[in-house]
Structures are given as C-alpha cells and as structure tokens.
Design a protein around this ligand. Structure first.
Ligand code: MG
Length: 167
C-alpha cells in the first residue's frame, strides 16, 4: 500500500474505533442535500465523503482531533486544558477551528452547511454529543460535521457543473 493510502486507511480506522462509520457521515450528507439534488443516492453521498477523506488536509484534522479526544479520555493532557476538553467548555472554540480547517478547503457553501448541521445535530452527531457514554468527542463531533458539510459542498458543485453542461 502506498503511504498516501496508508494514511487514509489509518484515519478510517480511527473514525471506526471512535464509533463513526463512513455510512453515518454519508447519511448527514443526504440530510443536507436531499432537498437540493434530484435523485440523490446514498452512493453519491458515500463517494463524496470518500473523496473528502482522501485529502491530506482533512486527514491531518482527523488525526489531530481524535488524538486530543483520546488523550483527554486517558487523562494524558495537563490541567486546566484537560477539564476544558472533557467538559467541552462553551468558550473553547479550538475544536471548531480544527473543523473549519476542513471546511476551508471547500469554500463558502461548506461554511453554511457546517453551521446548519452543527445547530441541528442530526444522526451520528446527536450520538457523539451524548455525554452520558463517558467518551470524549469534543473534537470528533465537529470533524464529522465538517466532513459532511464538505462532502455536501462537493456534491453541490458537481451538480452545478452538470447543469451548466446540460447533462
Ligand atoms: Mg465540539
């Protein structure tokens, strides 16, 4: 396997280990785009999620965020940062900044989608936000939302091109 492929594989494994399947992210994309794209299929959503996760910038964000979540769970971060991350403190916006580094790659539609999905927290995002599990997903929830927003934005752009070309 190439080094590039190995990094993507590693990120997919990390997401699975933290309870997120690519299908969960594809469902968020479906949720965001079904009103706008005719005959939207889950295959299209999955394909766009896969493209987003294939990008190195996005892999770096996954790696950073999940590593911090896991370190916090294991108590491996110094105070006061440990409690801030574990409690997902309201004024701690660094998790969102990591997520925006994903959305940034895909332009302004990505920002709008990210804000929308972060407010509604459908599907897997609701699960990740459930603090009763004892797991720490302070970074992961924003990353998953950002991947879905970016994949939606990719899908919307592809659709716009098709319309221009009349196909
Ligand atoms: Mg968060």
């Amino acid at each position: 396997m190439t080094k590039k492929g190995a990094m993507k594989e590693h990120c997919l494994n990390l997401l699975n280990e933290r309870g997120v399947q690519v299908e969960d992210i594809a469902e968020l994309v479906y949720f965001l785009q079904e009103k706008y794209v005719d005959d939207l299929s889950m295959e299209d959503c999955l394909a766009n999620v896969d493209k987003v996760i294939s990008k190195r910038e996005i892999q770096n964000a996954i790696l950073t965020g999940v590593t911090l979540d896991k370190a916090a769970e294991q108590g491996l971060i110094e105070q006061p940062l440990l409690d801030i991350i574990l409690e997902d403190e309201g004024l701690y916006g660094v998790d969102e900044v990591v997520a925006l580094s994903i959305v940034n790659v895909y332009g302004s539609i990505g920002f709008t989608n990210y804000g929308y999905i972060d407010k509604l927290k459908p599907g897997i995002l609701e699960k990740l936000n459930d603090k009763s599990s004892g797991a720490c997903h302070t970074f992961l929830d924003d990353i998953v939302g950002a991947i879905a927003a970016s994949a939606s934005s990719r899908l919307a752009h592809a659709e716009a091109h098709e319309e221009e070309e009349g196909s």
